[in-house]
Design a protein around this ligand. Structure first.
Ligand SMILES: C[S@@+](CC[C@H](N)C(=O)[O-])C[C@H]1O[C@@H](n2cnc3c(N)ncnc32)[C@H](O)[C@@H]1O
Length: 455
């Protein structure tokens, strides 16, 4: 058969599917069925398979974009808010939990309606919209069941417990918490993005501030009593997000053993200190300081009491209230590092944070920034030799694996909620050049490490 963009895409899909099926055959299990509820499988975190799946998804999306009439593609993209709104509706109403008890034969919409308090007519329409997009199944007319995707929304608490304690309804359920955060405060802020970007923002800090009519940052807003559930939900979502990255992300990012015993490592904006915990376990000879704002350091004390109390009592790990906008208290540390901090801030503010660290640094200090990197949607020459973002996608795929790339979604989410940004490699080089640091190397991975030295 002659090659064409369509046959090339189909070829990528069929080769990928063949290697996925053969990997499952080797394990003596079949590939998980979409119609069955999610259950963990032996190949869920297999890195090679993950790459193949990413390639097949990118090719399938590109095949759809190529073959579908443009008007239909535009309609689907333009109406994305209905996906968020319907998913938010079922997540808030605990529909997946209710269906979790119904098994694969499902439940009549009238019975679901009684449990979740949404009229059966509109509820059927919402569930059918989602089932048409493979979230839930319509197993018989107006009878719905969970499938692999919707069952991932099931929260660990019972519906009764969640109704009694709404503030903690997302505890222990990071997937539902992420979906809740995106389909609530992010969805409500998103209509303000066009006005914000075209300058009609009247000095609002972000689209979120316009939507919520507040001058408070989203962190301050989460602390207001009426937003307690949302703040709690956000922390659950972030904890789940952080756990996606294995400890090797930090342990292998840098030659920590090259630092002398008792060398000081400062975790700037460290949250409760999960990265420091991973490093402390691997390199207990080093001296760590976790810095964050007061309420977070309050939570950090509880975290360390539970996870590694002797790290605190022995003085190997110190928890410190410190704003990264104030002059850095810990001068001449061997390493300052920040994980998922700079993406909360625009370039100018991130430069300020890095300049403050530079003023405290010793000529031998290092700055390590753990943050995602945005690949361009075309081939690119890295601005730093060796700084490869990831393996190239096979032609004719977009080099960043198309919409499979989670990071471009997070980039817009950052713009929406805090006027922050995920960065391209050039953005990281620029940050260093404007704050007294030089980007020396990049350790690639799902969460790359950007290693800077003072200039
Ligand atoms: C996305 S979280 C990342 C937390 C932590 N680095 C991690 O990866 O788990 C951003 C952190 O920045 C902290 N933060 C915000 N403003 C700050 C400031 N002015 N000084 C210090 N920390 C701040 C927040 O409290 C939050 O813990």
């Amino acid at each position: 058969m002659d090659s064409s963009p369509l046959t090339d895409l189909v070829g990528i899909i069929s080769n990928g599917v063949a290697s996925i099926e053969s990997a499952y055959k080797k394990e003596n299990v079949s590939f998980p069925a979409l119609n069955e509820p999610f259950s963990p499988g032996p190949l869920d975190n297999d890195a090679a398979l993950d790459m193949t799946i990413r390639t097949v998804v990118a090719a399938s999306l590109q095949l759809i974009a190529t073959i579908r009439p443009p008007m239909e593609s535009l309609q689907e993209v333009a109406s994305g808010m209905y996906m968020s709104a319907t998913l938010g509706t079922v997540n808030e109403a605990h529909v997946a939990n209710v269906l979790g008890n119904a098994g694969t034969q499902g439940m009549a919409v009238q019975d679901i309606s009684k449990e979740v308090g949404i009229e059966s007519g509109p509820l059927a329409r919402v569930l059918r919209f989602l089932a048409t997009r493979h979230v839930f199944r319509e197993v018989a007319p107006n009878v719905f069941a969970n499938n692999r995707i919707s069952s991932s929304l099931v929260k660990v608490s019972s519906v009764e417990e969640m109704r009694k304690n709404p503030a903690s309804q997302y505890d222990g359920s990071p997937v539902a918490a992420v979906v809740g955060h995106i389909t609530d405060e992010a969805l409500k802020s998103s209509p303000f993005i066009p006005t914000y970007l075209s300058g009609g923002h009247k000095d609002a800090a972000s689209p979120f501030n316009m939507a919520m009519n507040t001058k408070a940052s989203i962190w301050e807003w989460f602390e207001q009593p009426e937003n307690a559930m949302r703040g709690h939900r956000f922390n659950t979502a972030m904890k789940g997000g952080g756990e996606r990255f294995p400890p090797s992300t930090y342990i292998e990012a840098f030659d920590w053993k090259s630092l002398g015993n008792d060398a000081v490592v400062v975790d700037v904006g460290g949250g409760v200190g999960p990265v420091t915990l991973a490093l402390h376990k691997a390199f207990p000879q080093l001296q760590y300081i976790v810095q964050d704002l007061g309420p977070v350091i309050g939570d950090a004390k509880k975290f360390w009491d539970a996870e590694a109390p002797t790290a605190i009592t022995s003085g190997k790990v110190k928890l410190q209230v410190h704003s990264f906008f104030d002059p850095q208290k810990e001068e001449k540390a061997a390493v300052y590092f920040m994980r998922l901090v700079l993406h909360d801030w625009p370039q100018s503010t991130s430069q300020k944070i890095m300049t403050t660290l530079r003023k405290a640094a010793d000529p031998k200090s290092k700055l390590i920034v753990f943050d995602m990197v945005v690949p361009h949607a075309c081939a690119e020459v890295p601005p730093l030799p060796g700084a490869v973002i990831g393996p190239p996608a096979p032609a004719p795929l977009l080099s960043n694996f198309a919409a499979g790339h989670f990071v471009t979604m997070v980039d817009i989410q950052m713009l929406n909620l805090v006027n922050g940004m995920e960065r391209t490699l050039e953005d990281f080089v620029h940050l260093g050049d404007h704050s007294g640091w030089k980007l020396e190397s990049v350790k690639p991975g799902p969460l790359p490490a950007f290693i800077f030295s003072p200039v």
